[in-house]
Design a protein around this ligand. Structure first.
Ligand code: VG1
Ligand code: CO
Length: 544
């Protein structure tokens, strides 16, 4: 085996977005495209020679080929040891756990998460640092700078490695260990949750659950956890075999893309509990019988009930949520007397808060919840958290959420996505809003008075780094908010996200349909944002 140095030219479009570099498969398949980005990562990281890395992906199309290339580039760059999941498939939360447990230097995560897969679908790469979390912006910026000047990469010539089963190989001087990534994850969950009580619930004959893995990465983990370890009947896990194209579906656990599960939970003889996760296993959707839990409410309910879970029984230090996530968790934090942090969108912003012990639980409105057990959001962890609460409380999902609203009031919440709209008008819209917010404060729109309006900027309380232009926020004096943001994970045109929130303390009004409750704000968002004109769309593509 010899190390080859291959001359290359920079690509101009390798800037990582909200969660790594995401592009369509054909873009990644261009000669040198993947190689350049991987070499740029290695060029950027000081002291990586001789270190251990963890590599794995969500199993989508191109995962296998990409991993073989990455192993050869890693070997040529003097990496000491690589842990890679069997078949090259590891969920994002499991990779985060493996980096931490093995004291690895970092990890390479291959995923485009909730984006569709297949030969014409999307692919993605993300670098995670020593704490197990996504690289912070200073590192992703440095990797991007490197991609713009790169002129060569190093790669080992030689045969591919067999990833079909756990075993060990040498690739040049580098050790490759193909490992079972599921067992350590199950063990990690056992340490956090009350498995005896969850098992008693799942085997009581009085409680039925359904877990839809959407043909994506969590299938093997869900079988191992629910059907094998916790005794739920066979058939509890749906779509549990990871497929390269996710069965042609959109592996995004929301009311639109996980419609099969939604139909089951809202149908005749519905089970008591339903959950789904996304392509790489870091997202979760929670459903009760005829009941949908918004992710923002889920974070608030988990925060309020964390003491019921063994892993958090001594209390939590704080909670953090991304800016567009509803303020439901803030109300719980206030009552518990703990801090609540508001960060920009993307899990990388939670890393410092978790490392510093400032936050224990974190969440995003985009179906992401997690804790200090790792440094990624964790779909199955959230499912187990809910099961643990259900097992202890003996109430239904709906009862738990309704009594939560009684105690804290309800934050009506919805996100309207306009997917794959034309890029230029969307950018112009955001530029116009950036100017507009400068003097919105104090303005009256019907019953709404603007309390604050800005383009969200975040100063990290741990390292004082500043992240600007993180979304347009317009907050009103009654606690309502409208937020406009462009997606940083979409790969075609632009995706506009409009986030809408209002607060209702009066329990007699908690039954109103969410879209109705938010209608005045939806109208106001149109008036301020001129959404129809800018997107050329009459309706959002996805409403959650
Ligand atoms: C979306 C979500 C964001 C999430 C990100 C990655 O980003 O809004 O909350 O962190 O996806 O999730 P954007 O920029 O498209 O709004 V995942 O499951 O890709 O790792
Ligand atoms: Co994901």
């Amino acid at each position: 085996m010899t190390i080859e140095t291959v001359a290359t030219k920079p690509f101009s479009d390798q800037k990582p977005g909200t969660s790594g570099l995401r592009k369509s498969v054909p873009v990644f398949q261009q000669p040198h495209y993947l190689e350049n980005f991987i070499q740029a990562i290695f060029n950027t990281l000081d002291g990586i020679e001789g270190q251990t890395l963890v590599v794995g992906g969500d199993g989508r199309y191109y995962n296998r080929q990409a991993i073989q290339t990455i192993l050869k580039i890693a070997a040529a760059n003097g990496i000491g040891r690589i842990l890679v999941g069997t078949d090259g498939i590891v969920s994002t939360p499991a990779i985060s756990g493996l980096i931490r447990e093995n004291n690895a230097f970092g990890g390479i995560v291959l995923s485009a998460s909730h984006n569709p897969g297949g030969p014409e679908g999307d692919f993605g790469i993300k670098y995670n640092v020593t704490n197990g979390g996504p690289a912070p912006e200073n590192i992703t910026d440095a990797i991007y700078a490197e991609t713009k000047v790169i002129s060569s990469y190093k790669i080992l010539s030689g045969a591919d490695i067999n990833l079909d089963r756990p075993s060990s190989f040498k690739l040049g001087t580098m050790d490759v260990e193909v490992i079972d990534a599921v067992t350590p994850y199950v063990k990690m969950m056992e340490k956090i949750f009350d498995f005896d009580r969850i098992q008693a619930l799942l085997t009581s004959g009085k409680f039925k659950m359904c877990m839809d893995s959407l043909h994506a990465v969590t299938g093997p983990y869900a079988y191992a956890l629910f059907e094998q370890r916790l005794g739920a009947p066979k058939g509890t896990v749906l779509n549990g075999i990871p497929l390269e194209d996710f069965g042609g579906g959109h592996p995004d656990p929301n009311l639109v893309y996980a419609h099969d599960l939604v139909e089951i939970l809202f149908g005749q003889e519905a089970p008591d509990f339903g959950a789904a996760s996304d392509g790489d296993g870091d997202r979760n959707m929670i459903l009760g019988q005829n009941f949908f839990v918004t992710p923002s409410d889920s974070l608030a309910v988990l925060t309020a009930n964390a003491h019921l879970v063994p892993g958090y029984q001594n209390g939590i230090t704080g909670v953090a949520r991304s800016m567009p996530t509803s303020a439901a968790a803030d109300r719980v934090a206030a009552k518990l007397g703990i801090d609540c942090y508001e960060t920009p969108t993307g899990w990388k912003f939670f890393g410092n808060l978790l490392d510093a012990g400032k936050a224990t639980l974190c969440g995003e409105e985009s179906f992401g919840t997690g804790s200090n057990h790792i440094r990624e959001k964790d779909g199955l962890w959230a499912v187990l958290f809910w099961l643990n609460i259900l097992a202890v409380k003996g109430e239904s999902v709906e009862e738990i959420v309704r009594s939560h609203w009684q105690e804290f009031g309800r934050n009506f919440y919805s996100r309207h996505d306009y997917e794959e709209v034309a890029l230029e008008p969307a950018k112009e819209m955001m530029a116009r809003l950036q100017k507009l917010v400068l003097d919105l404060k104090g303005k009256q729109f019907g019953n709404y008075e603007v309390e604050y309006a800005d383009d969200f900027s975040y100063t990290d309380p741990v390292d004082d780094s500043v992240s600007k232009n993180q979304g347009i926020r317009i907050g009103f004096t009654d606690g309502s908010r409208i937020i406009f943001r462009l997606s940083g994970t979409g790969t075609k045109g632009a995706t506009l996200r409009v986030y809408l929130e209002s607060y209702e303390p009066d329990a007699s009004k908690h039954d109103i349909d969410t879209q109705k409750a938010l209608q005045p704000l939806i109208d106001l968002a149109e008036e301020i944002g001129q959404i129809r004109q800018s997107t050329g769309r009459e309706q959002p593509t996805v409403i959650t």
